[in-house]
Design a protein around this ligand. Structure first.
Ligand code: WT7
Length: 681
């Protein structure tokens, strides 16, 4: 069923003039020229970029080499083969020693409690990382070993990951919201011998006793025959002010201090971060790694099955995250950049840690929640640090939209210049709110489409160059060649809708699934040989803009017509009474599937027959009679992953009344599921 393509045709937003003055890519013609170069001569394009980085030895092979065709042999991607470098050296030492940025602020850390804060310069970060790298070495961690990191959003999390990178160890960061079971699964899969964690932290008002969870995970690992030898614990809450090592900055601990916190301690395994660091030297020669040496593993849950350990390697990931960060946020030396993602997700790896640091950027790192102590917190932080570039998620935007514009307008937000979003399709309603309310209509929106597997942005506007359409991730980044494929694998031309795939690699694409290359090939390359398959549906409009329509496994099939979740949901969310919607198919004897919609209402809106009729009419008008919802259920909350994505798989079970929900370890709040079961229509 063709969606309504005319309604919003004229809604094109052109980048503002003042942003263009200094921009790296100042207009659309420049984008097109550079894009053509990146496609026609990728080796020159990325080779030129590589000149800004430090290489211990130069590359001998091609800048970019690959095979995407399973019928012709093993799938592989190689970047800068033969070169040796170190990413930690490039993001820290290079900035301190070659670019004179030792005194520049790397992170403004903002704790969960307002007033709990810490400033860390590039020079201080380098010393901290060297100290901790020496600690890891003293614990026997060697190049190629895997280290699990399970920590809250504290500066030491960045220190731990960079210390691994410095000595050539592979980090596997597990988001601190995961359960003991999930942590255990990830530790055993990656065969880590050492775990780094913290005593605990607050998320809003909730105390998370992280060490207790980590201990439970380690017990489970032992039961499975996989004993972890060492666990280094950072005292984040239970630290006495006197314990802070001399010379390091001390944040005001008063508000989060919990010297009474019960932290179990096993002297055979547990080690104290602070005592180890106090004895370590702050000089540490980096380990020179081969370009294709592994840098990290990051588990992505996917919609079903065992989590996949997506593996990224050193040089390509470094070049790609640095370049996308610089161009997509049009990074300038005096920027203050804030990405709200946790480092435990790929967004945090690429755009809290490596990308910004590679550019010598100053970032805000935030430990807390957008709703604590109140729903103005994000805007208070924007004003406090004069944030100029902000990067967040559609789910956060929609949640804040519920409270209207007043909490936003309490703060000035004059420093903002570019607003980014990532993680899910952003419905045009939320896009407009972000632009007009948060950005006062001054700031371009960059809707960045990418995945854990892509390492960095692959479809995205460039803020001074790309005219944007609300809800579209616009065009490919440099070096990226998208294709829209039909069910039979035929490549569609022009305006079309189908599977989103990529025809060739860019430096930052994942190299394998850790320990299971066959699964890597099976998931991304086997169905359509010669292409990397994203698993997302997309539509390319008559102007060549790409619109992500959602995961293809979530697509709806009503009487033989394929409908995208994103388009139906965005039609529902256009109604002023609705802030968020999720749509799934319910088995139907005649139509195959009928539409079952869940809607979260705005503050003050009430669900009644009038609203229901309006919503049905709106979907019918926007998409067509075929998409008319059969059921609409008002929901106080939706089941979401811990990273904020709606779990439509769980909703499908709810509408069928199936209590067996399968693997729900990634579900953030299981209480919403019960509520939804209770109020089924
Ligand atoms: C999936 C990847 C990439 C960092 C965070 C998520 C969806 C991501 C967008 C966007 C529409 C998006 C896709 C993708 N997605 N960004 N701008 N527009 N959909 O990483 O957990 O690996 O999830 O998120 O479905 O495949 P991830």
């Amino acid at each position: 069923m063709a969606p309504d393509k005319t309604a919003k045709k004229d809604m094109l937003f052109h980048p503002a003039g003042d942003l263009k003055k200094n921009a790296h890519v100042p207009d659309f013609d420049t984008y097109k020229e550079l894009y053509a170069k990146s496609i026609d001569s990728p080796d020159d394009f990325w080779g030129d970029i590589a000149k800004d980085f430090f290489w211990k030895t130069r590359h001998t092979g091609r800048v970019l080499d690959h095979n995407f065709d399973v019928t012709k042999g093993e799938v592989f991607v190689k970047c800068m083969e033969g070169a040796r470098t170190n990413i930690c050296y490039n993001v820290l030492d290079r900035n301190v020693h070659h670019r004179n940025l030792g005194d520049k602020v790397a992170f403004y850390w903002e704790g969960n409690e307002p007033g709990d804060e810490l400033t860390v310069t590039y020079g201080e970060l380098l010393h901290g990382v060297c100290r901790f790298a020496n600690v890891l070495k003293s614990q026997g961690v060697k190049k190629g070993d895997c280290v699990s990191i399970y920590m809250p959003m504290v500066v030491e999390l960045a220190v731990a990951m960079l210390a691994c990178a410095r000595i050539g160890a592979v980090h596997s960061i597990v988001f601190a919201g995961f359960s003991a079971e999930s942590l255990c699964e990830r530790i055993t899969d990656s065969r880590c011998s050492l775990l780094i964690t913290a005593d605990g932290f607050y998320r809003g008002e909730k105390l998370i006793t992280l060490k207790l969870i980590a201990d439970e995970a380690l017990r489970k690992c032992k039961d499975k025959g996989f004993p972890v030898q060492r666990c280094i614990m950072l005292k984040h809450l239970s630290k006495d002010p006197e314990e802070i090592p001399q010379g390091s900055q001390s944040p005001p601990l008063a508000k989060r201090s919990r010297p009474d916190l019960q932290v179990p301690w096993n002297p055979e395994v547990d080690l104290c971060w602070h005592s180890l660091v106090a004895e370590a030297s702050d000089e540490c020669e980096p380990e020179w790694c081969d370009s294709e040496d592994p840098l990290f593993i990051l588990y992505t849950s996917g919609s079903t099955g065992k989590p996949k350990g997506v593996l990224h390697t050193v040089s390509g990931y470094m070049l790609y995250t640095a370049t996308t960060f610089k161009l997509v946020f049009d990074h300038q030396p005096d920027d203050v950049y804030w990405c709200t993602a946790d480092i435990g997700w790929i967004t945090g790896h690429s755009y809290v840690a490596y990308g910004p640091l590679a550019n010598g950027a100053t970032s805000v790192m935030f430990e807390g929640l957008p709703t604590y102590p109140d729903v103005s917190r994000m805007w208070a932080i924007v004003d406090k640090y004069s944030v100029s570039k902000l990067y967040t998620t559609p789910t956060a935007i929609r949640m804040l939209m519920k409270y209207g514009g007043d909490p936003v307008r309490k703060y000035k937000r004059e420093s903002l210049k570019v607003l980014g979003t990532v993680g899910e399709p952003i419905n045009p309603e939320a896009w407009q709110w972000y632009r007009t309310v948060v950005g006062d209509g001054r700031c371009p929106i960059v809707d960045t489409y990418w995945q854990t597997e892509t390492g960095g942005h692959v479809l995205t506007p460039l803020p001074a160059a790309t005219p944007t359409k609300p809800g579209s991730a616009t065009f490919p980044f440099f070096g990226v060649v998208p294709a829209v494929l039909s069910e039979s694998g035929e490549e569609l031309e022009g305006a079309s809708e189908g599977h989103l795939a990529f025809k060739r690699p860019w430096p930052g694409i994942a190299r394998t699934v850790y320990g299971d290359h066959d699964r890597f090939e099976a998931t991304y390359f086997r169905r359509f040989p010669g292409y990397y398959l994203t698993g997302d549906g997309c539509r390319r409009d008559e102007d060549g803009y790409y619109w992500i329509t959602g995961r293809t496994d979530d697509m709806l099939n009503v009487s033989g017509h394929l409908l995208s979740t994103a388009e139906v949901e965005s039609a529902l969310a256009e109604h002023e009474g609705v802030v968020e919607a999720a749509v799934v198919g319910k088995p139907h004897p005649v139509k195959g599937e009928s539409l079952y919609c869940f809607v979260t209402l705005a503050e003050g809106a009430a669900y009644d027959a009038v609203l229901e009729a309006e919503l049905k009419r709106r979907v019918r008008e926007r998409i067509g009679a075929i998409a008319t919802p059969d059921h609409i259920q008002s929901a106080t909350g939706l089941p979401k992953t811990r990273s904020g994505k709606i779990m439509r798989r769980v909703l499908r079970k709810i509408v069928c009344g199936e209590r067996d929900l399968g693997d729900i370890s990634t579900l953030a709040d299981s209480s919403v599921v019960e509520q939804l079961f209770q109020s089924r229509c």
